[in-house]
Design a protein around this ligand. Structure first.
Ligand code: PRX
Length: 665
């Protein structure tokens, strides 16, 4: 492997689309140029055309954009539609009726295939079940499930009756789930007895029990899917088995009329971390979101009817929403769902899946690529990956070494790679390369897609026109799949995304630079948000979790570059006087477990450093940037004149050195 990992010197390389791919691609250069010109000249006409063409409306809209109450933009607001109808019913009128909609596989090799017709029936029945349980349009439903087809069934059943789902990642703890339940106030929680991950079973239902235990908001019903045959507690009149409800003809009749939803009705809430406070519930709309997932499937993933498409993300993240469920199914595509991790039972599992299901388009994250790259090429070489024709990445900047490995060993130098920059808030891809037209530069996401207006600006909001200079990445015009607000908190929505540039631009926290070809290079978050394995974790959340431990007075959390996860969490912790400091190792273990319990294992600090005090400014603000340098073992080049007590720094450096030498206690 060593001989092929290109060094940073090769970052200037440019990879043209393979000729064969370009010849068959969904859009060519002229079309891309035309789209860009069109949207510049006639912004509303462009969106009108695609919204009418791509979506099957119950009542077509007249008005494209209402920007009278910015930043609360509305798109297609007088139109009516239903997302489950668009993803299911309309395919039944075509040959796709018996096409595989979902191909599911688990770690132990169990496979299920659901055709569009089968999925449609299951969704209709479950939509009726939800209705019988009293769920009405606008009610919230929390979905806390493993990666199984029923998770998609539950999402579509919600959209069919106009309920707003909030999927919570199955790796989150009972406490995190409780926070989200308290915020979204669902009538029903849908879960499973458990799921499998890395050969272990995950106790989902019992975590739901803990989450709802003693909370103020009353969840009326908990519906549980039997998946791993784990013993669970079922509370009479509150808890029901999915299979019991689905086999009851009164509850689960076979057709459910799709609710006529307004284009601007909320489709779902998805919680994501911010730099301050509790996770925020990102609200997506019905029509705008659907439209953009479809267009990006076509333009970026170049999707064709014969493709088998695999996005490896869990449905608990936006990537799973947009590119495992809504985008592929709205396009009538075949979407692969895998329940498990890439390296279990062996590091060849993913490649086995590619071969077995003849996957054509693969979309994953740099952290997975790096982890698999490290395990060597032998695992890859065992399998025939020639079905692949396009590769994608998302979640964090991909380092050129990982890009090259992906390109060479997974794509056999035959598949373009789309590096897609986007966010929970943006609903779908924003910046990337249209694969049949634009060359790829390892490490750069590419250019804004047609319809997306992105810019790199300085502190004052002026464009930075210097390829060597970084700035803030902003979106300068609204777009249909943008978030509409933060659930229950319009003020926080305005403050978080729109206050940085006085309401003029959308800003969600990334630094970037733009090169001479207008390619954007993402430089990472500029706020207090960490990116661990492509997942956003707010420093505040981890700090609050640490401080909630009885031994902790104060904590500061920073990220340190990590080869596999991108960033690793390092926590600086001040203990209470009463804490027994001789229990160093035990305390570290306890605190890590405590964070896992409060948030989930993705937020567990990799390292905990105990200190007597934290470096602070005279106004009491923790100087995290200094801590970041200390955590990474970098020299401190920043101005430290604002420090309240400069000796803190020396002590911390001393401590760090001691730890590196292996005697941190
Ligand atoms: O910092 C950027 C990074 O991930 C953030 C969004 O995180 P989340 O909402 O969890 O969504 C992840 C999946 C869409 C961004 O603000 N990010 C995402 N994709 C890329 C990226 N950074 C660089 N390159 C990317 N392709």
């Amino acid at each position: 492997m060593g001989d092929v990992i290109e060094s940073k010197l090769n970052e200037t390389r440019v990879f043209q689309p393979p000729i064969d791919f370009a010849q068959k691609s969904n859009i060519d250069k002229d079309e891309l140029d035309n789209l860009r010109e069109w949207v510049k000249k006639d912004y509303e006409g462009f969106w009108r055309h695609f919204a009418l063409k791509k979506i099957e409306w119950f009542k077509p809209f007249k008005k494209v954009l209402d920007d009278s109450n910015s930043p609360f933009y509305k798109f297609f607001e007088d139109g009516e539609l239903n997302v489950s109808y668009n993803c299911l019913d309309r395919h039944l009128k075509t040959w796709r009726k018996n096409k595989a909609a979902i191909i599911w596989e688990s770690e132990n090799g169990n496979t299920r295939i659901m055709t569009y017709q089968e999925l449609y029936i299951e969704v209709n029945k479950f939509a009726n079940v939800l209705k019988t349980l009293g769920v009405k349009k606008g009610d919230r439903i929390v979905i806390y499930m493993p990666m199984i087809p029923e998770a998609a069934v539950a999402m579509f059943a919600c959209t069919r009756i106009g309920a707003v789902h909030s999927v919570v990642f199955g790796g989150f703890s009972a406490e995190s789930l409780r926070d989200r339940i308290e915020d979204a106030k669902p009538k029903v929680v849908i879960t499973a007895d458990g799921g499998y991950r890395n050969g272990k079973s995950i106790p989902l239902k019992s975590r739901v029990d803990n989450a709802v235990n003693g909370i103020e908001h009353k969840v009326d019903y908990i519906v549980t899917i039997r998946h791993i045959d784990r013993d669970v507690h079922m509370k009479p009149l509150r808890d029901f088995w999915y299979h019991d409800l689905m086999s009851d003809e009164d509850y689960a009749s076979i057709y459910c009329e799709p609710e006529r939803m307004n284009a601007e009705d909320p489709l779902f809430i998805l919680y994501t971390s911010g730099s301050t406070g509790k996770p925020k519930g990102i609200v997506h709309s019905t029509a705008g979101y659907l439209l953009w997932t479809m267009l990006t499937m076509k333009w970026v993933f170049d999707i064709k009817d014969e493709d088998t498409f695999w996005c490896t993300a869990d449905i608990g993240w936006i990537t799973g929403h947009s590119y495992t469920v809504y985008g592929p199914l709205a396009m009538g595509s075949t979407s692969v769902m895998y329940e498990g991790v890439p390296t279990y039972p062996t590091p060849a599992k993913w490649w086995e899946l590619v071969e077995k299901h003849s996957i054509n388009v693969l979309y994953t994250a740099p952290t997975a690529i790096r982890a698999l790259m490290r395990l060597g090429n032998d695992w890859v070489a065992k399998h025939n990956l020639s079905s692949l024709r396009l590769l994608g990445t998302v979640g964090e900047p991909i380092n050129p070494e990982a890009w090259m490995w992906y390109y060479r060993y997974i794509g056999n130098e035959n598949c373009p790679i789309v590096d897609t920059w986007w966010q929970t808030e943006t609903g779908g891809h924003m910046i990337t390369t249209v694969p049949g037209v634009l060359p790829a530069k390892p490490g750069s996401a590419g250019q804004p897609l047609p319809g997306i207006f992105a810019e790199v600006v300085d502190n004052e909001g002026n464009p930075v026109n210097n390829p060597d200079k970084g700035g803030f990445l902003v979106i300068t015009k609204p777009w249909p799949s943008m978030l509409r607000t933060i659930w229950g908190d319009d003020t926080r929505y305005k403050e978080t995304y729109w206050s940085r540039f006085n309401g003029k631009y959308y800003f969600a926290g990334d630094g970037a630079r733009k090169d001479e070809d207008d390619y954007i290079w993402i430089m990472g978050r500029v706020d207090d948000v960490l990116n661990v394995s492509g997942h956003r974790i707010g420093t505040m959340e981890v700090e609050s979790a640490l401080v909630s431990h009885e031994c902790v007075v104060e904590a500061a959390v920073v990220g340190r570059p990590d080869e596999i996860t991108g960033e690793a969490i390092v926590a600086f912790v001040v203990l209470k006087d009463s804490a027994d400091k001789t229990r160093h190792d035990e305390l570290v273990r306890e605190l890590r477990e405590h964070v896992q319990k409060e948030i989930g294992s993705i937020a567990k600090p990799q390292e905990i450093i105990f200190t007597d005090s934290l470096p602070k400014t005279r106004s009491g603000k923790i100087m995290r940037r200094l801590l970041k340098d200390i955590a990474a073992g970098n020299e401190i080049k920043q101005d430290i004149s604002t420090l309240e007590d400069a000796t803190v720094l020396d002590k911390l450096k001393e401590l760090r050195e001691k730890m590196e030498n292996g005697n941190g206690d």
